[in-house]
Write a protein that binds this ligand. Structure first.
Ligand code: ADP
Ligand code: ADP
Length: 228
């Protein structure tokens, strides 16, 4: 079943065309990696999925629903989670409280239920022992895992990753690879911007290659990385 359907998506910054007629369908549970030079529109593209950047024309549909200026952004951003490059954890909250804040405030989930769910997701990403710590007390890889757990606490069907492996060592990257594979097994769709070719090759079902705001190629990694 098609999770996401995109037709002729355009995005302008003033009169600069940042996204130029993008077209792609993405299936439930698919792992998409977006590659391309700096400034090619990768971040802008994934930010359209949760409307941090509203597109200007074309159609973006998620689960058969058109995403536009009438979309309930709170519901959309619950369904389309995002893991930011710099993690964006709240520094004054423990890892556990980072995870429970949105479910409690946005979903009105009782604290005990939110905490039980948070512990499950922190266990899934392997950092439940760090639940009481503050972000600054964690390594980069642990902060990345905390950011993923925090996104999972809203039960999203889609998770966007902006450069998830930037500043991580190979061991931490291997951890993120296995978490993303876990998410796919749970039918969560992942869309991931990266510069790391090895990471892209390991996780992608399909690679989307962008340049100057356009999609130049969409192909599985074994095809994409084949040298002619
Ligand atoms: P990438 O993620 O591939 O590095 P971006 O999506 O960040 O590319 O940027 C695509 C282009 O849009 C770049 O030329 C960038 O300078 C421009 N751009 C990004 N965000 C803004 C903005 N808020 N205002 C104006 N131009 C922007
Ligand atoms: P990334 O490569 O992750 O997109 P950037 O350094 O390109 O990071 O952008 C960081 C922030 O600056 C983003 O919020 C982006 O929207 C904004 N930005 C990028 N390019 C421009 C630009 N030309 N004018 C205004 N804002 C921009």
């Amino acid at each position: 079943s098609k999770r996401i359907s995109i037709r002729n998506l355009n995005k302008f910054y003033k009169d600069f065309l940042a996204l130029d007629r993008l077209n792609i369908d993405i299936e439930r549970g698919e792992k998409i990696v977006i590659l391309g030079p700096s400034g090619s529109g990768k971040s802008t593209f994934i930010r359209c999925f949760n409307r941090i950047e509203p597109h200007d024309s074309g159609v973006l549909m998620i689960d058969g629903k058109v995403i536009d200026d009438k979309t309930d952004l709170t519901a959309l951003r619950g369904n389309v989670g995002m893991v930011f490059q710099n993690y964006n954890l709240f520094p004054h909250l423990s890892v556990l409280d980072n995870c429970t804040l949105a479910p409690r405030l946005v979903r009105k989930t009782p604290r005990a239920d939110a905490e039980a769910a948070a512990h499950r997701y922190l266990t899934q990403v392997g950092i439940d022992e760090q639940a009481a710590k503050y972000p600054i007390q964690l390594s980069g890889g642990q902060q990345q895992r905390a950011a993923i757990a925090r996104a999972l606490c809203m039960n999203p069907e889609i998770i966007l990753f902006d450069e998830p492996t930037a500043a991580l060592d190979p061991e931490a990257i291997a951890g993120i690879v296995s978490i993303i594979q876990d998410l796919a097994a749970q039918e969560i769709t992942t869309i991931c911007v990266t510069h790391e070719m090895g990471f892209a090759r390991r996780i992608a079902d399909r690679i989307v290659f962008m340049d100057k705001g356009s999609i130049l190629e969409i192909a599985p990694p074994e095809e994409f990385f084949t040298t002619p």
